[in-house]
Design a binder for this molecule. Structure first.
Ligand SMILES: Nc1ncnc2c1ncn2[C@@H]1O[C@H](COP(=O)(O)OP(=O)(O)OP(=O)(O)O)[C@@H](O)[C@H]1O
Ligand SMILES: [Mg+2]
Length: 463
């Protein structure tokens, strides 16, 4: 592109993975971005898609779309239930929230739930949003030692069909803080996040989280005339503050911050970046959709957006396969118990055969009858002993596996804590890593004991 003043400046060149213009429809955007996102999720990798750009440039249109032209979010949600696109259906839970004036609002919670509302933090700064439905209060965000950044009381809706997702999205969208500005008749004043948590269900142990983020538009306070109304001005400042925070994190991450020993990334400076910490610099594949307005009037904003995306491209995230280890251990244990039960049943069958043989011999002679009875009794005793042994082994295996699963879980939580601490304190991160390694070692030792019961004398290594 060329600069805004007469096009005399040097052309600015950027390269991106895909470029869509006015002739491209929602289906074209989905055809390019949908399948790779689905593949990431199927591998058990977390993925995030952000829409960034100036106000009125088409972020909400691209992400959520309209009833007639659904955007990326409904199309992705729908494809999760389409066997031709996503294979066997995974378990899906949906959350839909917005960050408005630095506060988190659950877009799926019932606005008339007074008891829940009383437990939540009330709105601050006299900034009631312009809403179509009654206002609901903000939720608290906190760092959970095991689960990472957590939104307290956020609705997690289990969805089993595209229809349920569409209904939930429509409900949330109706509640979203939307207000009219000069630049966009239906401008999003909040950052909206659709979060889908997936698990493979009975077929496997993989899990994945998909964040779909429709950011509020960056805007020039003067041009959009948001300075004419006090609360609108505060709102615009708050939007710009979180976008600035996001920009700062992206710039620093692009320069290699957050790595071991590197400078800290200021995720905690805004609610948005705090919530999206993992999506920005952690365990996730991240896609950024930049919406730009082709008019010359907006050339400067367009250039800013493209620069922003260009920086974001340089960030290296570390997606890894998410495995529910506790679930895997339980499944393996169930397989082991089933095989022990089969062994016991085989032994019992052998005993019954011996009894039948004894009866046949009994017909032949008294002496051989006694011998045969003794043989049958011995076989029965042996079968009983085998069954008892199988049951005891199953019980011991269950206990060991449960203990190993709990150590694995602790190890994973500690590893998450280590990753979170990486950007903040290397010493702290190293300590978490060490603890995680110790727990993992404990789990390994127990599982080794399970595989070779006689090789490891100490069944409960120190934790
Ligand atoms: N590709 C497109 N085709 C048709 N209409 C579009 C397209 N992109 C945007 N629009 C329309 O332009 C208007 C502004 O778009 P949209 O609300 O998506 O902007 P936005 O980037 O989300 O703005 P804000 O940051 O203010 O929320 C909407 O009426 C939308 O339907
Ligand atoms: Mg919008």
């Amino acid at each position: 592109m060329t600069g805004s003043r007469g096009g005399t400046e040097e052309p600015k060149v950027f390269s991106f993975d895909h470029i869509f213009d006015q002739a491209d429809a929602q289906a074209d955007v989905y055809a390019a971005l949908g399948p790779p996102v689905l593949q990431m999720l199927q591998r058990g990798h977390n993925a995030s898609v952000f829409a960034y750009g100036q106000t009125g440039s088409g972020k909400t249109y691209t992400m959520l779309g309209t009833e007639e032209a659904p955007g990326l979010v409904p199309r992705l949600c729908e494809s999760l239930f389409d066997p031709s696109q996503f294979g066997a259906a995974w378990g899906v839970t949906l959350s839909f929230f917005e960050v408005y004036n630095e506060q988190v609002v659950d877009l799926l919670s019932a606005p008339d739930d007074a008891a829940e509302r009383d437990r939540q933090t009330p709105w601050q700064n006299d900034l009631a949003p312009v809403r179509r439905l009654p206002v609901i209060a903000a939720l608290r965000v906190r760092d959970h030692p095991k689960l990472g950044v957590l939104i307290e009381g956020l609705t997690k809706l289990t969805v089993t069909s595209p229809g349920e997702v569409v209904a939930a999205l429509a409900r949330g969208t109706a509640l979203r803080s939307v207000a009219e500005t000069v630049m966009n008749a239906e401008s999003s004043r909040s950052h909206a996040v659709v979060q889908l948590s997936l698990d493979e269900g009975a077929r496997g142990d993989r899990t994945a989280v998909l964040n779909l983020v429709d950011l509020a538009g960056s805007e020039n306070v003067g041009r959009s005339r948001s300075n004419e109304d006090e609360s609108r001005l505060k709102e615009t400042r708050s939007i710009n503050k979180s976008l600035l925070g996001l920009g700062k994190c992206i710039t620093m991450l692009a320069q290699g911050a957050g790595a071991s020993g590197g400078p800290l990334v200021p995720y905690r400076d805004s609610t948005l970046t705090w919530l999206l910490k993992e999506a920005l610099g952690g365990n996730a594949h991240t896609l950024m959709v930049c919406a730009v307005d082709p008019s010359v009037d907006n050339a400067e904003q367009t250039l800013t957006t493209l620069r922003y995306a260009d920086q974001a491209k340089r960030i290296v995230t570390r997606p890894m396969e998410n495995i529910d280890f506790a679930k895997r251990e339980v499944r393996e244990l169930q397989e082991q118990i089933a095989s022990l039960r089969t062994e016991a049943a085989t032994a019992e069958e052998a005993a019954a055969r011996a009894v039948r043989q004894a009866d046949a011999h009994a017909l032949q002679s008294k002496e051989s009858q006694q011998q045969a009875q003794a043989a049958a009794t011995a076989a029965k005793q042996q079968a009983r002993a085998m069954r008892a042994e199988a049951e005891a082994a199953a019980a011991a295996a269950a206990a060991a596996v449960a203990e190993a699963a709990s150590r694995r879980e602790e190890s994973m939580a500690l590893a998450t804590a280590a990753r979170q601490a990486e950007g903040e304190s290397e010493a702290e991160a190293a300590r978490w890593r060490q603890l995680a390694a110790e727990r993992e070692e404990g789990a390994q030792a127990l599982l080794a004991l399970l595989a070779h019961p006689s090789s490891t004398p100490d069944p409960s290594p120190d934790r």
